[in-house]
Design a protein around this ligand. Structure first.
Ligand code: FEO
Ligand code: CA
Ligand code: CA
Ligand code: CA
Length: 661
């Protein structure tokens, strides 16, 4: 493990300029190589990816749209080794699909194919989702995927999973495809991730709700079922019942449950005879043991159900409960904290999913209230507590399983604070403070008359990063103090709006991926719509101080209706104070998301998601991007006409030194 003491003066590289080029930019002296791109085989003997839309076997290839990720070191005897830096299992989420490049001629609709989507396309799409677990190793200073490794595995929408925790077996989870409510088919829209002290990976589901459709079936649903489906926008496009915005007509491909369940229309008297409860099985986080590839993943319902961006652990403390933080990434949604009932025993670090059964199935879930005075409070979401029972005016909670399925309604009831799209969290490994990206807002969720000190900017199209310090620096505490670490902004467009003093060397918008490495260096990744005229998406580095290092200031903003809001808030340090620098810029049309640093701090894994987004299907987006190059040098431009691919990029220093210092 690296031992350097980090101070802001430690960042030993020059900020890279903004870029609109179709390639990766890293500081001088750094190498950036494509390690694992969409379609790469994970089995010895499987053909190379043709990248022309004809490849079929995505259950044995890299999925699409790389997102959250984690590196787990492997010891020589095949166990989790948190100190190993040259051999490990990389787990990578595949959030979604680049439709224009996945098939030979784009997506064939059901209407264009006699009423059913072609099975070959649907299988490619469902296998293109999920998670990859792949062995990677460093040989003579260069990283490679070990194609014949026993650990290589794809988890997809076809992977059978066990449902665990308070909602397992609940009647809300019983459905035609899972009559006992303890089985789920696969996982989808795995945005960000998490990891546990026992070396397992957590894949969260974000925009899962948008894959379902339903026709107007409100007559066949109880009032409680209607309330639940509406609060989670199941089969809603706006307020109109119908297909979700990410609906892919998978249900039309076959009457087999695994496909048909994407139509959640209540067609029968009993939910056991239709698929209405399929939607209740999603929106949880799933635990995967990378070291035991034969074991089925386990759906951990105790983390609650919402647009789960990810699940991030506070450092484990022997003899104390384990703590995990989650954001619900939709406009005006909430921030959650899970505290295990069992106290951490390091002897459990070898148990794999059995440790998950002990620590992740039994605990308390809380939701955050960010108060106007700069303090905050965690409200408990437990059956029978805070009015969460059968008589609740929003939803009739009958048990803890109901609270875990209707989590948003429980959080509504206890008065949680509506945030500007909570994305990733990161817990500082040294002072235990928690950072969370609030990627952005818009006029409808944040007009000037609805700002508050924690979400102080009207509209907020560039987002901010909030942080909090739990009482007594104990992550299990019921109260905290918060401030705003940094505000996104263009450097020169509106000086009143540039509250963190950003310059051309560090301007950014829409923070999303977030990571604080073991040295205390914070990494900020962007998924931005508001600054893409200036730069492709990027990754920045800083050395954060502490909550309340800054001061209380007035934030004044005007919304799109011309109404001005004035709010006092706690503003963190300036970009100069924390030496915010730009470290990486991606190719055109991409988002930068997913990050893991090896324990020796000499290798950084970063994901480039959907290069070429924004192009036309006819041109396979090559009018926007052709990245990556066949050479696999991520800093090179791809060949003319080649279809862009999401990929994991591995960053090392040419002199073999530590990253960023
Ligand atoms: Fe998939 Fe909230 O980002
Ligand atoms: Ca994200
Ligand atoms: Ca995002
Ligand atoms: Ca994305």
């Amino acid at each position: 493990t690296s031992t350097a003491t980090i101070t802001p003066e430690s960042l030993g590289f020059d900020s890279v300029p903004t870029s609109l080029e179709d390639r990766v930019i890293v500081p001088q002296g750094y190498r950036a190589e494509v390690l694992y791109a969409k379609g790469d085989p994970i089995e010895a003997g499987l053909s190379e990816y043709l990248n022309n839309g004809t490849d079929v076997d995505f259950d044995r290839r890299s999925g699409d749209e790389h997102d959250g990720m984690w590196f787990f070191g492997i010891s020589d005897d095949g166990r989790y080794d948190p100190n190993r830096s040259d051999r490990g299992i990389l787990c990578v989420n595949h959030e979604n699909l680049e439709d224009a490049t996945l098939h030979e001629n784009g997506v064939t609709s059901a209407a264009d194919n006699g009423g059913s989507r072609p099975l070959i396309e649907v299988d490619r799409e469902m296998n293109g989702h999920g998670v990859s677990c792949i062995e990677v190793r460093k040989v003579d200073g260069r990283w490679e995927v070990v194609r014949d490794s026993q650990y290589n595995r794809r988890v997809t929408i076809f992977t059978e999973m066990d449902v665990k925790g308070p909602a397992a077996g609940s009647d809300l989870l019983r459905t035609k495809s899972s009559p006992q409510g303890i089985k789920r088919w696969g996982t989808m829209n795995n945005c960000a991730n998490g990891y546990t002290p026992w070396g397992t990976y957590i894949a969260a589901e974000e925009n899962w709700y948008a894959y379902f459709t339903r026709t107007d079936d409100t007559a066949n649903r109880s009032d409680a079922e209607n309330t639940l489906a509406s609060r989670y926008a199941i089969g809603l496009n706006g307020n109109v019942i119908g297909p979700g915005w990410n609906y892919r007509e998978w249900d039309t491909a076959s009457s087999n449950d695994v496909y048909a369940r994407f139509d959640v229309t209540a067609t029968a008297a009993s939910p056991l005879d239709d698929y209405r409860n399929e939607a209740n099985l999603h929106g949880f986080a799933t635990e995967i043991d990378p070291f035991r590839p034969a074991q089925k993943p386990r759906v951990r319902t105790a983390f609650g159900r919402f647009s789960h961006e990810g699940v991030w652990a506070a450092p484990a403390v022997e003899g104390k409960p384990l703590v995990f933080y989650s954001g619900d990434d939709s406009r005006g949604e909430y921030v959650y904290k899970y505290v295990s009932t069992a106290n951490w025993d390091p002897a459990d670090a070898t148990l794999g999913l059995a440790a998950g059964d002990k620590y992740l199935d039994d605990g308390k879930l809380y939701v955050a209230v960010f108060s106007e005075d700069g303090t905050g409070e965690w409200k408990e979401l437990s059956y029978g507590v805070n009015g969460l029972d059968e008589n609740n005016p929003l939803y009739p909670f009958r048990n803890q399983g109901d609270v875990m399925v209707a989590t948003r309604l429980a959080a509504d009831h206890v008065g949680a604070t509506k945030m500007d799209r909570p994305e990733w969290a990161a817990v500082h490994p040294i002072n235990r403070e928690v950072y969370l990206t609030l990627t952005n807002g818009n006029q409808s969720n944040r007009p000037a008359d609805e700002t508050d000190p924690a979400n102080p900017r009207a509209v907020n199209s560039n987002g901010h990063i909030i942080r909090w310090k739990e009482a007594s620096d104990d992550n299990t505490a019921a109260t905290f103090e918060w401030d705003i670490f940094l505000f996104g902004s263009a450097a020169d467009r509106d000086t009143d709006y540039n509250l963190s003093g950003l310059t051309v060397d560090n301007q950014f918008s829409s923070p999303d991926g977030l990571y604080i490495d073991h040295r205390g260096v914070i990494w900020i990744q962007t998924d931005d719509g508001a600054l893409t005229d200036v730069t492709n998406n990027q990754m920045l580095v800083a050395i954060p101080g502490s909550v309340r290092d800054g001061e209380r200031k007035t934030v004044m903003t005007t919304d799109n209706d011309g109404v001005t809001s004035t709010v006092e808030s706690w503003i963190g340090q300036s970009a100069t104070d924390v030496q915010l620098k730009r470290f990486f810029v991606g190719p055109r049309g991409c988002e930068i998301t997913g990050i893991s640093l090896t324990p020796d701090a000499k290798t950084l894994f970063v994901n480039v998601q959907h290069p070429g987004e924004g192009g036309s299907a006819e041109l396979f987006n090559t009018d926007v991007s052709t990245w990556p190059a066949a050479s696999r040098d991520a800093t090179e431009v791809g060949a003319a006409g080649s279809r862009p691919r999401s990929a994991t990029v591995v960053i090392t220093r040419e002199d073999g030194g530590e990253i960023a210092v």
